[in-house]
Design a protein around this ligand. Structure first.
Ligand SMILES: [Cu+2]
Length: 176
């Protein structure tokens, strides 16, 4: 005895099956070719104590510790706070064709950040540090856009990233 399936229903089963396969193939393709994948860093922080040296992380996200730093080995880290309605610091300079690590935390509610022409696209969830390493291949000025609705000023929430030639790059701390 076989189950009767209406031909129209069979057709829709294959359409939906096809959509699932295409979606899966697109995810795998971009993960393999463009290195687009969900950020895997899980690191907790107390968002209400970001401004204190005694907070989790020892004041990493205090105002004076924000900005672009370069360690003795030459590794570049951008430390930023997202808060209604902006990114702090508002402008950052980074060199082109160099791996750059972003560490970002929210001061208040859920935010997101997206930099065009890169794989920098991450949610900034209160209570967690969002960490992502990227490499900008084009020089120029690009906006950092908040892409998680965070309140009435969301549409005005953006920062700027200046991608400069390697020999013009200077690390700069502080939010001014
Ligand atoms: Cu927003």
């Amino acid at each position: 005895m076989s189950i009767h399936i209406d031909p129209l229903e069979k057709r829709w089963i294959s359409v939906i099956g096809g959509i699932l396969i295409i979606t899966w193939a697109v995810i795998v393709y971009y993960a393999a070719v463009d290195d687009v994948s969900p950020p895997s860093n899980v690191e907790v922080i107390d968002s209400s104590k970001l401004h204190l040296a005694s907070g989790v992380g020892g004041g990493e996200f205090m105002e004076k510790n924000l900005g672009v730093k370069q360690d003795a080995q030459g590794n570049i880290t951008v430390t930023m706070v997202a808060a209604r309605y902006g990114f702090y610091p508002l402008h950052v300079d980074v060199p082109v064709n160099t791996p750059i690590k972003f560490r970002m935390a929210s001061f208040d509610v859920l935010h997101g950040v997206l930099a065009p022409f890169s794989n920098l696209n991450v949610m900034i969830v209160p209570g967690y540090v969002s960490e992502i390493t990227t490499n900008f291949t084009k020089e120029g000025d690009f906006p950092l856009i908040c892409h998680e609705y965070c309140g009435q000023g969301h549409a005005y929430m953006y920062g700027m990233i200046h991608i400069v030639p390697k020999d013009q790059f200077k690390p700069k701390m502080g939010v001014k």
